[in-house]
Design a protein around this ligand. Structure first.
Ligand SMILES: [Mg+2]
Ligand SMILES: [Zn+2]
Length: 226
């Protein structure tokens, strides 16, 4: 039997970065009406796709420079992220970013970490009209009816469970469907609450160093069993 290949699907907002960048941007520019849209999205009265699309449509493209600059400079990277990427390289664990964030901040923020662009999935943006339009290059496949916008489970299904040990790292409701599919879940915040409620095995983390240490100790357990 050949061992399954380990693969990580890592969320971006609130996971690689400390805070949620979409909310930070909208909150900073504070266009009238965004709070109602955010509340309806959180209450799942609007899909993520509709909610995020509507919030950005409140911003005129004349603000492009300011919005992009704020998105990039406001973000803080969670401790241990660069070490975790190095750990994945050493251990030959495949690493993918599966983000519901937007290209104009996701790619620039990740640029210094040397992740290949085809390992980064996120939403797109269009600044050519009067208002900022979010685009959705990674829609749900037939197995998902959630209108995710950027569909994490669709990406995961491209790496079948019989060949891959699928590891998900996340923090929120948008990671939950992926957590159900995954072999191993690293969770914080709302994702932890959700996993507890529904009895899904998970390991809590606060920094990426916690995840490295957990993976190392799992590995030594496995060696003990051999
Ligand atoms: Mg998140
Ligand atoms: Zn989906």
């Amino acid at each position: 039997m050949t061992a399954k290949k380990r693969i990580v699907f890592c969320d971006f907002d609130g996971t690689i970065t400390v805070n949620d960048n979409i909310i930070a941007i909208i909150n900073h520019f504070n266009p009238p009406g965004w709070k109602e849209i955010a509340e309806k999205t959180l209450a799942q009265e609007l899909t993520i796709m509709d909610g995020v699309g509507q919030m950005f449509r409140l911003l005129p493209t004349s603000l492009e420079r300011e919005v992009v600059d704020f998105g990039i400079t406001n973000a803080k990277i969670r401790d241990g992220f660069a070490d975790f990427l190095a750990f994945c390289r050493d251990e030959q664990i495949e690493f993918y970013v599966t983000s519901g964030g937007i290209d104009f901040f996701v790619y620039p923020i990740l640029a210094r970490f040397g992740i290949p662009e085809n390992h980064i999935y996120c939403n797109g943006s269009d600044f050519t009209g009067e208002r900022i339009e979010i685009t959705w290059p990674n829609p749900c496949d037939r197995e998902c009816g959630n209108n995710c916008g950027m569909c994490k489970t669709t990406i995961m299904r491209r790496f079948p469970a019989d060949q891959y040990e699928r590891i998900i790292i996340g923090d929120s409701v948008t990671d939950f469907e992926g957590a159900k599919l995954a072999d191993i879940v690293y969770s914080r915040s709302y994702l932890t609450t959700k996993c507890r409620e529904l009895g899904i095995a998970h390991t809590e983390y606060e920094t990426f160093n916690d995840i490295i240490n957990n993976m190392k100790s799992e590995r030594s357990h496995k060696q003990d069993e051999l």
